[in-house]
Design a binder for this molecule. Sequence first.
Ligand code: ATP
Ligand code: MG
Length: 493
Amino acid sequence: MTTMPNWLKQRAFLTPERTAISDGERTKTFTELYEAAASWARRLAGAGIKEGDIVALLMKNSIEMIEIVHALFFLGARALLQNVRLTPYELGWQLDDSGARFVIADDGFADRFGGDERVITVSALAGLAEADVPLKETYHLDETATIMYTSGTTGTPKGVLQTYGNHWWSAVGSVLNLGLHERDCWLAAVPLFHISGLSIAMRSVIYGMPMQLQTSFDAKAANALIMDGKVTVMSVVAAMLQRMVVELGGERYPDTFRCMLLGGGPAPKPLLEVCKEKGIPVYQTYGMTETASQIVTLAPEYSLTKLGSAGKPLFPAELRIVRDGKPAAPYEAGEIVVKGPNVTKGYLHRPEATEQAIRDGWFYTGDIGYVDEEGFLYVLDRRSDLIISGGENVYPAEIEAVLLAHPDVEEAGVTGMEDETWGQVPYAFVKLKQGAAADEDELKQFCRGRLAKYKVPARIYFVHALPRNAAQKLLRRELKTLIPEAEKRASQL
Ligand code: ATP
Ligand code: MG
């Protein structure tokens, strides 16, 4: 099957009165959401937006943002979702790289584009007259629905093409694993401009499931929604979960809460252990912009026995570990390679990068991991961050996880530094918790008890903040630049 009826229209036809979305103040049914989206679509058409146009969106999480994404689908335009934390330079770079014809921006963000004529604010759009245009009755699964630039953690961001089919199969793969309960309501506190957030909005319309939206993450409010039984599933990254756990104190979530979907980066073991103690149903997941969110997730019955694993591929996706061009044996580390209908068809305007990433229908993720004898995936690190010391592979994430287990450490980053004897050695950069006093010797001692000698950082620097990108991911390749400042501080102590 290559076409499907317009999702939101069909959903409004099937379950018109069901709640589609709530932001705590406003609630809309699927009919209301559909009518609002149709009205936006006619205004967007009035602004000159046509089928095939790339339209950038720079918006904070809001009901309107979801309506406008659907409205662009109704016109056959492609939504380029931009991260609101990007600098004007980065935003402009994405507009140039993509060839976007228009930008829809929250009123407060219009000034980020330096007077670019393509920008239409949300309130200006609301004031436009509705044009009389036909709205798409069907979606083609091979067509591009959305474009998202990767976080740029390992290099220059690339525009990932996400088709209707990618979103559809991502939603289907997720529900085949997690199931769908009548009382389900998914909390979106992650940004909608990331695939983790947008995929919740896609599931909502495909499943007919209500979603709850937070404009920005609020740990206390999220806990309250869970405690009240209003939210049954939530997507988080480790830092969010950490804050919710602290906020929760000695309390426990009710049984109505059935899934804390944890992804986006490595999951620190101590956090997983605390969640286990508190009975929080954490599902670790592995995915990326290119796989339209989850591609590997730990099924419920294994969340305790396979602690630290990201699980098995979601039906019908497949997973392989490739080492030196050949399939790796269980426990042997290699590149994580995936295949499935949720995987991107490629990068926008980047035929070479696409050819390099997708070979024989398999997508090479650039991440390193291994599978155990039962096929459970363990993600080790990014290939580009791998440190080779005296011929041994050293994974920064493993050292960071050990440092993070020290009670004084708030954040940790590890990178490889040139070394005459070993080729490379790991250096660590640590931000201590407020008032904490651990010194370099103490942390090295702590590492020695938990890591092989060649993995113990040769130096540990103390810094105020670690370099992170707009997605809040650690930029390991920039850690080196912190050395002069850290040395200056150390010499002043
Ligand atoms: P870029 O591709 O531009 O460097 P990025 O890879 O950080 O940016 P995203 O698509 O947002 O952009 O992130 C996906 C990446 O996040 C994965 O490829 C992987 O490196 C990391 N990741 C996701 N889930 C996990 C996980 N469960 N464990 C470890 N790492 C993970
Ligand atoms: Mg990536």
